[in-house]
Every structure is written in C-alpha cells, then in structure tokens.
Design a protein around this ligand. Structure first.
Ligand code: KG4
Ligand code: ZN
Length: 334
C-alpha cells in the first residue's frame, strides 16, 4: 500500500493530488485567471501564481484525502516538459516536502502522465485500457499518436511537425478575438453552428504526422478576404466559423489516427490531453470505435486538462518499479 502525493505545475494550473495506489483520493486544481487579459500564458506571472497557490493547494489535497502529511509515502512531481519558471515551483516544493518527511521523490514526464491518466481508478469497478492500445495525445503543446505496449513502452507512431492541435484552436480563437484559452470557447460556440458552412483544407503530410501551422495561415487569409468585403463577417458567422474549423481539425486528427490503429492492429483506442475535452472529438472518437468494434477510452473532464491526479498515477507505476529521483534533479523545459 502506498500513499502518493503528486504535484503538477508545468504551465498555468497549480495542482496537487493524493492517490492510494491507483485509487484517487483527492485532486485539487487552481487555474490561473491572470493570463486571460493577455490572450496567452505569461510565464513570469504563471510562476508567481504557482508560488502563491502551491501551499494552499497541497494542503487542500491532503485534507480532502482525509490523511495527514506524515502519512505520505512518496512525492511525485512533473519534471517537464513545460515552462521552466513554473516547473521550478513544483519541483522545489516536492523536494522540500520529501526532505522534510524523509520520503522518496518520483519524477514524472508530463506527456506520459496525460496518457496514463486512463489508469486512474475512482472505484473498484473502474475499467482501464488493456495493452496494446493507441492513444491520441492532444494538448496545447503536443499532438502525438502513441502506441502503448505497457505503461512504460510507448512508441510514437506520428506527431505534429510544427504547431500542436490545441495551439491551432487557440490561434483560430485569437484571430476571431474570442478570448483565451480558445478551445472551450470554440467548442461552446460550435454547438450552434453549421460545420459544413466553410471548408478549410488540411495539408498532405506523409505517414501519421500532422501539421497545423498552414491551417492557421489559411484561416487568417480567408478571414482577411471576407472582412475586406464585409467588416461584420466574423460577427455574423461566428458559430459557423467555429463549427467548421473545429470539424476540420477533428477530422484531420481522427483520420490519421484511424489509419494508424488499423496499421498496428490495436483493438482499444483512447484520447488524452486538454483538447480531449472537446465535445466533437469525444463523440467522433466514440463513433469511430463503434464503426470498427474498438473499445474506446475517453478521460473524464477533470483528467483532460492539466491535473496532478495523472502525475500521481504515473508516479505510482514508477513507485512499484522502485524508480526514485535524486534530490539534485533539475526540471527540464523540453
Ligand atoms: O493539456 P493542457 O491543459 O495543457 C498542455 O499541456 O498544453 O491543454 C490545453 C489545451 C489548450 O490549447 C486549450 O484550448 C485546449 O487544451 N482545450 C480545448 C478544450 N478544452 C481545453 N480544446 C478544444 N475543446 C475544448 N473543450
Ligand atoms: Zn498538459
């Protein structure tokens, strides 16, 4: 039996969680509102907010779990990738906590944590994926099709050669002046729009790789041409624009994933990362699974965007293997 305290601070969410083995006891997330007015994450402000949040967030996670600090057996933390200043706050806190209570440290890779979020159990009958399975990891910083043969044997089948899917969505929202982060806003507006109103082409990239930077540019040029004729074009077509760009990105993501799954012969599929909160992506993945008879795993919303529960589950699997980190370990940005 192991009680794991987990800490996540790689971007703009300060989060702490407590797990008993693979069972979640608490997961506290403090999202930083300060960045909204700047239309993107300001690294310096993010690390300052982490400094303010980290102690109350960890305290809340421990008390929500109904345990005391000295009960913790090991401390897992996100080592990277992420913003260096943000990571430093979580890494330093984890080291301080581990040293104060003389407990081992476990370093966790943020991307691996997103993927392993599917193994978090909320009850005895939680169902988890069986190996091998294919997971599409889609976040603000990463877009990868991964083949998991075990918790730690992960093969990259394809990935973006430039922008991430979340980045493309956030940029489209920014071009339309919708606010930040754009993903949830586009998702909400798209629900009222016609996804076939406009057509945006995705590039032909060989194999299972993606590219999103051209899409952003063609979207920008398309709007510029339309606005030259009608200054109210965006305002009048907001929902249709959101629905169309969302469909374009989701079709691109799942089209490649479908071919990758067929090629490697896996029978179980999953999505992870912030963009996996997208309602069209979730429903389309479900349909794709039904079409082929593949078992589908979609994370609960609280485990899609950045959270410490996923760091805790990755930490638990490393704990079982006795993979502990040295106190001198620095964070890494990429
Ligand atoms: O995993 P995450 O929280 O942070 C990174 O590790 O990058 O992902 C954040 C990304 C942002 O681009 C955000 O716009 C996107 O996830 N996102 C969404 C939705 N919710 C968050 N994208 C589309 N639809 C959503 N509902
Ligand atoms: Zn993330």
């Amino acid at each position: 039996m192991a009680l794991i305290l987990a800490i996540e601070s790689s971007c703009d969410d300060t989060s702490a969680a407590v797990l008993r083995n693979d069972r979640i006891l608490s997961n506290v997330i403090a999202s930083q509102k300060v960045h909204e007015q700047y239309g993107g994450v300001v690294p310096e402000l993010a690390s300052r907010a982490h400094q303010q949040n980290i102690v109350p967030v960890v305290d809340a996670a421990i008390s929500n779990a109904g345990i005391s600090r000295s009960d913790i057996d090991a401390v897992a933390f996100t080592r990277g990738p992420g913003l260096l200043g943000s990571l430093l706050v979580g890494v330093s806190f984890a080291k301080g906590f581990a040293q104060a209570f003389d407990r081992p440290l476990i370093e966790v890779n943020h991307l691996q944590a997103h993927v392993l979020s599917h193994f978090i159990k909320e009850s005895d009958d939680s169902v988890v994926p069986q190996f091998p399975f294919v997971c599409l990891l889609v976040s603000g910083g990463h877009t990868q099709i991964l083949l998991l043969r075990s918790h730690f044997e992960i093969e990259v089948l394809g990935q973006t050669i430039d922008d991430a899917a979340g980045e493309a969505i956030d940029k489209a929202a920014k071009i339309m002046d919708l606010g930040y982060p754009g993903g949830p806003i586009i998702d909400r507006l798209a629900a009222q729009g016609n996804a076939d109103a406009f057509h945006f082409a995705t590039p032909h990239i060989p194999g299972f790789d993606y590219s999103f930077s051209g899409l952003k540019t063609s979207f920008l040029y398309f709007l510029r041409d339309q606005l030259a004729e009608n200054p109210d074009f965006i305002e009048q077509n907001k929902a249709d624009l959101c629905a169309s760009i969302q469909k374009c990105i989701v079709d691109f993501l799942l089209g490649k994933m479908e071919r990758a799954v067929k090629k490697c012969g896996a029978r179980q599929i999953a999505i992870a990362g912030g963009v996996s909160a997208n309602s069209l992506l979730r429903s389309s993945l479900q349909q794709m699974g039904q079409r082929h008879g593949w078992k589908v795993f979609i994370p609960k919303f609280q485990y899609c965007t950045d959270n410490a529960a996923m760091v805790g589950i990755a930490g638990y699997f490393k704990y079982l293997r006795g993979e502990f980190a040295d106190i001198s370990l620095p964070p890494f940005a990429r």
